[in-house]
Design a protein around this ligand. Structure first.
Ligand code: GRF
Length: 202
């Protein structure tokens, strides 16, 4: 049984879609949701799926994690014997201490085709720029912002979208698809990081 920690801050649809697929496929994994936000909508979704939830108590406003907040997260990860960490709309930069301890065991989903449109509001950035094709990227987390080795990407034609919300919704569907695929490759040990490239064994 593999223990998986899913870090969320918000609505948690990526978490929900991934766990539902894992349950349907009878993946041998035990999921724990950790949120830095006690009001995250994803917490109720996790509870509905019967997943244990944890809320970080030492969180301060903003996107940074303090030393105390980092220690709390690391303790929780130890407590649940987390082997892998999935960032799913977690609005914090993971400090070096966490990245180093779980090197190439942490993945993130970003709603753009990296290295384009890094950081916050990626879908709005793409919409405002006027690109016709955007998409999403699953990548390993490193100490930068949306900079780790790319595992999988899916392009999405957004040329017909007339609002940012439409862009978000088109891209979200693609996110749910590739996040689960990348997760399976990760826990089945089929991803090899060579420099900044990820080789997929399939
Ligand atoms: C997704 O668009 C994800 O790519 C980004 O934050 C959003 C989270 O959505 N990092 P949800 O909480 O999974 O619904």
């Amino acid at each position: 049984m593999k223990n998986i920690a899913i870090l969320i801050s918000g609505t948690g649809t990526n978490m929900q879609a991934l766990v539902k697929k894992a349950i349907a496929d009878k993946v041998n994994a035990d999921f724990h949701v950790i949120s830095d936000n006690g009001n995250a909508g994803g917490l109720a979704k996790a509870e509905q799926l019967g997943i244990k939830t944890h809320v970080l108590k030492t969180t301060v406003p903003g996107w940074k994690m303090t030393e105390e907040n980092t220690s709390e997260l690391l303790m929780l990860l130890k407590m649940i014997s987390a082997e892998y960490i999935l960032m799913a709309g977690f609005m914090r930069i993971l400090p070096e201490r966490v990245i180093n301890e779980y090197r190439w065991k942490i993945i993130n989903i970003h709603p753009a085709l990296l290295p384009s449109f890094k950081g916050k509001d990626a879908q709005k950035q793409a919409f405002d720029y006027g690109v016709k094709i955007s998409g999403c990227t699953v990548h390993f987390a490193d100490t930068g912002i949306d900079t780790g080795p790319v595992i999988m990407q899916k392009p999405v034609d957004i040329s017909a979208c007339s609002t940012v919300d439409e862009v978000k919704s088109e891209i979200l569907t693609a996110e749910h698809d590739i996040y689960y695929k990348a997760f399976r490759l990760l826990i089945d040990n089929n991803l090899i990081v060579k420099g900044n490239k990820v080789i997929i064994n399939d």
